[in-house]
Design a protein around this ligand. Structure first.
Ligand code: AMP
Ligand code: GLY
Length: 421
């Protein structure tokens, strides 16, 4: 079977790695991939946003299955396009990808199906928003209704913060818009909860904790994710039952009522308070770096699972998990998430190889003449699986220190809530 993976991050490297272990796979293409994926797959420098040229390539190479990693092409209809050309593809179609593409779309589903979430108001103008603010308690959250890689979310402690957010959004910071969302601020602990679906049924796909803030102790600016661990220590049988009954099942009911179906990974970003779940947001893909921690814990063939989804046969497919802990720490370029230097060589990386319990997943890297250069903010994901989060973290930090990349920084406290109590 020939597979193409769309995307260039750590998530896509982890997918390629896990799939490369399958005896059913003869070739993997990473489109476009990164400096690490070309060790286990063939990188193809092709603009996947141009669906037609993507299709031409898939057709020419007779690729059997396409797996889409990031949200942007999903919300732009890559699945609809490839399906219309009779290509087998794993990921949700454009209409249901709005679960991530439009926070207002998701909130309307929450309202109609009584899904627990932060109280909210959709505002259609600055005046409308300011009027609502005058009746609101702080802190509150203002959100742009667009894909903005987390940047369209403002946690506002004061009226001034909220006014700035509203002005920026309506003035077009994230593109032209005529609506935004104002939400109640939810207290609690965040958890990333994943399921996988074949359109008819779904199965849970493990949990993780992500550290989104750039600084130790979860301080500072939001990032794409500085590290993660799996499984989440928050999850228990009772909570999982509530998540499925109160959040996931009603969402699938809503999708069915829209006469649609959902195929792919679905990532629910949840706030947990007193063992009760609240939906913060949906993402229509695996998380990054959650994916890098979760996939190494799978104890069967990932191709079997994804293929079963594409054939609407997930119900009969087992998903087995190793009884281990997994952690990922992301090595970033100094300056991230603000400005950072590009094209800096990462010497010594060649000394590190993935093995049964240790994994090196590249993100913002490129390979030129056998040398690896950093070209992004998040650069290398170090993953370890073991019997405890504490020993995984020690192992990873040892490696990062040994690599000793001068232009890099990382958070040494990933998992502090479960390790350093
Ligand atoms: P989102 O892109 O909607 O997931 O928001 C990004 C981050 O902002 C989340 O991971 C939370 O940390 C935070 N956040 C978003 N909405 C809320 C809320 N209603 N209450 C508290 N924190 C929130
Ligand atoms: N780790 C957060 C995300 O993938 O959106």
């Amino acid at each position: 079977m020939k597979i193409a993976i769309i995307g260039s991050g750590g998530r896509e490297h982890a997918l390629a790695h896990q799939l490369s272990k399958s005896k059913r796979i003869s070739k993997i293409y990473s489109i476009p991939g990164n400096g690490g994926t070309n060790e286990i797959s063939t990188n193809i420098q092709l603009n996947f946003n141009n669906f037609q040229s993507l299709h031409d390539f898939i057709n020419k190479e007779r690729i059997d299955l396409v797996i889409v990693g990031p949200e942007k092409p999903l919300t732009e209809g890559i699945v609809d396009y490839l399906e219309s050309k009779k290509i087998k593809v794993f990921g949700p179609r454009k209409k249901v990808a709005q679960l991530e593409g439009s926070k207002i779309f998701t909130k309307k589903i929450c309202e109609k199906f009584n899904i627990p979430t932060a109280k909210f108001k959709i505002c259609y103008s600055k005046d409308d928003s300011f009027e609502y603010l005058s009746l609101s308690k702080f802190p509150l959250v203002v959100k742009a209704d667009v894909l903005a890689a987390g940047k369209g979310v403002y946690i506002c402690k004061t009226m001034d913060d909220a006014k700035t957010a509203i002005n920026e959004i309506f003035d077009g910071k994230f593109g032209k818009t005529d609506q935004l969302l104002i939400e109640e601020f939810l207290e609690g602990d965040e958890m990333s909860f994943f399921i996988i679906s074949d359109g008819n049924s779904y199965k849970t796909f493990n949990t993780a904790q992500d550290h989104k803030r750039v600084g130790e102790g979860d301080k500072g600016k939001n990032t794409g994710g500085m590290g993660a661990y799996s499984p989440s220590s928050l999850i228990n049988e009772d909570l999982e039952k509530k998540i499925l009954e109160k959040i996931i099942d009603p969402t699938f009911k809503a999708i069915k009522e829209m006469d649609d179906k959902y195929i792919g990974f679905l990532y629910a970003g949840l706030m947990i308070k007193n063992n009760e779940p609240f939906l913060i947001e949906y993402n229509v893909r695996m998380g990054d770096p959650e994916c890098q921690t979760i996939l190494p814990l799978i104890d069967n063939d990932l191709v079997d699972i994804i293929d079963a989804c594409c054939k609407s046969k997930l119900e009969k497919q087992d998903i087995k998990w190793k009884n281990k802990k997994s952690m990922c720490i992301v090595l970033c370029s100094k300056g991230y998430p603000d400005k950072y230097k590009k094209d800096i060589e990462i010497e010594n990386l060649g000394k590190f190889h993935s093995n049964e319990n240790n994994f090196i997943f590249h993100a913002g890297t490129k390979k030129v003449d056998d040398k690896i250069y950093a070209i992004g903010g998040r650069v290398i994901n170090f993953v370890n699986i073991s019997d405890s989060f504490s020993s995984s973290r020690k192992e990873i930090i040892k490696k990062i220190e040994k690599l000793n990349w001068e232009n890099g920084f990382y958070r040494s406290d990933i998992g502090y809530k479960v390790i350093d109590k």
